[in-house]
Design a protein. Structure first.
Length: 245
């Protein structure tokens, strides 16, 4: 897994800030008594410290053994003046000027990449922006509808209470990952749980299988359930949905 140099993070963070403020100029003059640029620059360290505390990233030092040429990773918590190669046990001295590296948590990367966790985070983020008062959510949940159920009868990707409205979410990373049976199962689960809103969130632009989505919308409308499709280029046409009477 690739690591990232601290110096490179500082350069990228500065470039991002400059590009952001160029695209979002602020009216008026900033407070001359506060060095806003320095505050933003320092926020990178605070962010990395928090990520390190949560073990979302690991801070350390990589050194190459002069004897066997193995590239050793030494975590910050294990760093000492005396280094020992993991392979040949050859000893070395830690440098005075260490160039820190940050290594992402492999479990986290695998979850984001292979288990659609990133699309769940994206959906929650979008719903948080919509929220005006409160938001509560439950992670992916399995349901057994009878005491005899030995395996899940259905699964909800997210259950959300958004400003007092119940939202049932089906979340996909792309339209390609959405099967027609997923839409049918989602409609049936919505009819059973009866949320205020049934939200199909797809983290990809486009419109998907229009005929099937319209059929799902029509079926849920007769049940008094709002059906929405959320994509990156289509958040929500009506910021204040009116529930069917």
């Amino acid at each position: 897994m690739h690591s990232v140099r601290y110096d490179d993070l500082k350069v990228d963070w500065k470039a991002y800030r400059e590009k952001f403020w160029e695209a979002h100029p602020q009216p008026g003059s900033p407070d001359q008594h506060i060095d806003w640029d320095q505050l933003e620059e320092n926020s990178l360290d605070a962010c990395l410290i928090e990520l390190r505390r949560r073990q979302m990233v690991f801070q350390g030092y990589r050194w190459t053994c002069r004897k066997c040429h193995h590239k050793n990773w030494i975590d910050l918590s294990a760093l000492s003046p005396d280094l020992s190669c993991e392979v040949c046990k050859n000893s070395a001295q830690a440098p005075v000027n260490i160039h820190w590296l940050f290594l992402p948590n492999e479990f986290l990367i695998e979850s984001l990449r292979d288990h659609s966790v990133l699309s769940l985070v994206w959906t929650i983020s979008e719903l948080c922006q919509r929220s005006r008062h409160s938001i509560i959510f439950v992670e992916p949940t399995e349901f057994g509808f009878t005491p005899q159920s030995k395996s899940p009868d259905a699964e909800a990707d997210l259950l959300v209470l958004l400003d007092g409205q119940a939202v049932l979410c089906e979340v996909k990373a792309s339209w390609h990952a959405l099967r027609l049976t997923d839409i049918e199962d989602f409609v049936e689960l919505a009819r059973r749980l009866r949320p205020d809103i049934a939200l199909l969130a797809v983290m990809e632009t486009g419109s998907g299988p229009s005929a099937n989505l319209e059929a799902a919308r029509a079926k849920l409308t007769t049940e008094g359930i709002i059906f929405e499709v959320l994509t990156p280029n289509k958040y929500k046409q009506d910021d204040n949905p009116v529930l069917p009477s």
